[in-house]
Ligand binder design. Structure first.
Ligand SMILES: [Mn+2]
Length: 517
């Protein structure tokens, strides 16, 4: 029953769950997943040898992007019951999300062997197999070829713009305000910028970014303010809304976008070309920092590579990848506020000088300061813990305190985590999170926020906003296997169908948890 779409009747859900537009599935909010995690954790306290609880909690962790925890739970489920096929699915998905493709492939092989007639399993296996082979091929050619830039193989001057193209064009090869306004309107109507213009922007912005240090330092005068935005994730209509609410970028209205511009949302190209355009127009007053999604591994899985290939070419994606490697990693405002996408470090003692010295023109390493800047998260308790995401670490208030003291800073601003209110202040006001993708992935129900920081007092002032209606087709470029995992939410849907007072000890839920895929 659970492999089918639930009927209309079955979708009568508790008030916290809304029926999804156009389909009969549910929209699960961040809160629903957090509650599910809580319930399954309580159930596991009572019955710690139940593989299904671990498997179901693993799914909830997958949906909240806690891939490290998801992997641990799936592994635990298989330790308890090594014949539990769904456990292999979950572990494979977790490993996929962590970029551990070979490990994922092994689990998909197991599933396909046991369930040779399962079409879904076969598709996931094939997709994963393709990636593993592609990676091996890339490694093989990388060794005989010195890294050449796509820029050298482009002849942009001689690219012709066809007569029937009536969209925006750069003026004498330059981005102007008029061009930006036309381009934003053009994108709003879901039209494609001419590839010549896209290449012009990319080549020029690569040049601008490559001249910046890894740690950008700016000074706000008493009368000046800057707007800091968090993750935008391809939500183009919400980006336009930020400009509508807070004004277009300009020399007197500076912005800092704190990474994760692309992936997940289906308008990543529109978002990134708009942001790059403003960087070219106002290089000193419009700032961009790299997020963990401005990387090849993430772009391959979460949609941006697929989107660029669908709308342009693989070669253009290569150029995006080169440009992303030049995005600065952190920004310091008035020597007092440090901004980065993820957070602080796996070890004490990192200084601003260490950040200036990072050789950033690369894919991020698996550990060290560059990895931490893009990936870490704060935690409420002191000290450090293993990352819920499976990359970098979580750092406590004492870690933040020591870092700020050593570097004579007041507080940090970071993004990277969806927050119900769009922002969150933790670590006694020393660690601020800002997230600017409202109703993240068209399902989380969160607000977005941006921060005003004034030169006069450097106190964060929060502005919240809600999602623009009609930002269609979320995540349409995501890999099939990660996208498809959403259908497994039926096991959680069934949890909610039991009503708010459900106890997980009820046998019906155990059965729901058993369904394949
Ligand atoms: Mn992030």
């Amino acid at each position: 029953r659970l492999n089918q779409e639930p009927s209309r009747e079955q979708t009568t859900a508790p008030p916290s769950v809304n029926p999804r537009r156009h389909t009969c599935t549910y929209i699960f909010t961040q809160k629903d997943y957090e509650n599910a995690i809580k319930y399954y954790s309580e159930a596991l306290d009572l019955n710690p040898s139940n593989a299904i609880y671990y498997s179901n909690r693993s799914l909830a962790y997958l949906r909240t992007e806690c891939y490290g925890y998801a992997l641990a739970d799936a592994t635990k489920a298989l330790e308890i019951d090594k014949n539990y096929i769904k456990g292999y699915y979950r572990r494979a998905t977790s490993n996929m999300a962590l970029g551990k493709f070979k490990a994922a492939l092994k689990d998909y092989e197991t599933v396909v062997r046991v369930r040779p007639n399962d079409k879904d399993a076969r598709m996931k296996y094939q997709e994963c197999n393709k990636i593993v082979k592609q990676k091996a091929f890339e490694r093989a050619i990388a060794s005989d070829e010195t890294k050449k830039s796509v820029v050298d193989s482009l002849d942009i001057e001689n690219m012709t713009i066809e007569d029937d193209y009536v969209g925006p064009k750069l003026e004498d090869g330059k981005v102007t305000l008029k061009f930006m306004q036309e381009m934003m309107e053009w994108f709003k109507d879901q039209k494609k910028l001419h590839r010549k213009c896209a290449y012009q922007i990319l080549v020029q912005v690569k040049d601008v970014l490559s001249k910046l240090p890894s740690l950008v330092e700016i000074t706000l005068k008493e009368t000046e303010k800057i707007t800091i935005c968090g993750d935008t994730h391809g939500q183009y209509y919400d980006l336009l809304n930020i400009f509508k609410l807070n004004g277009l970028p300009s020399e007197t209205n500076p912005y800092l976008f704190n990474g994760d511009f692309v992936d997940r949302g289906s308008f990543s190209l529109e978002v990134i070309l708009t942001l790059f355009g403003f960087k070219l127009l106002y290089p000193d007053d419009f700032h961009l920092l790299r997020g963990n999604h401005e990387t090849d591994n993430m772009n391959q899985m979460y949609g941006f590579e697929g989107e660029v290939k669908a709308k342009y070419t693989a070669q253009m994606f290569q150029l995006f990848s080169e440009v992303f490697q030049w995005l600065p990693l952190a920004q310091c405002i008035n020597n007092k506020v440090l901004v980065m996408h993820g957070g602080l470090f796996s070890e004490d003692g990192v200084t601003l000088e260490d950040l200036r010295k990072i050789d950033r023109n690369r894919q991020p390493p698996d550990s060290g300061p560059m990895c931490d800047l893009l990936w870490s998260d704060p935690q409420p308790q002191n000290g450090r813990s293993i990352s819920k995401r499976g990359v970098s670490c979580q750092f406590g208030p004492d870690v933040t305190e020591r870092f700020l003291e050593q570097n004579k800073l007041d507080f940090i601003v970071r993004s990277h985590e969806v927050k119900a209110e769009g922002y969150e202040v933790t670590h006694s006001g020393k660690c601020v999170t800002v997230f600017s993708a409202p109703n993240y992935c068209d399902q989380m129900g969160n607000k977005g926020a941006y921060i005003h920081l004034r030169g006069s007092d450097l106190k964060p002032e929060f502005h919240q906003f809600t999602a623009v209606q009609g930002s269609v087709h979320p995540q349409q470029y995501m890999l099939y296997m990660l996208h498809k995992e959403a259908f497994n939410d039926y096991s959680l849907a069934s949890l909610w169908q039991q009503g708010a007072n459900t106890t997980l000890r009820s046998t019906s839920i155990i059965c729901f948890g058993c369904h394949d895929n």
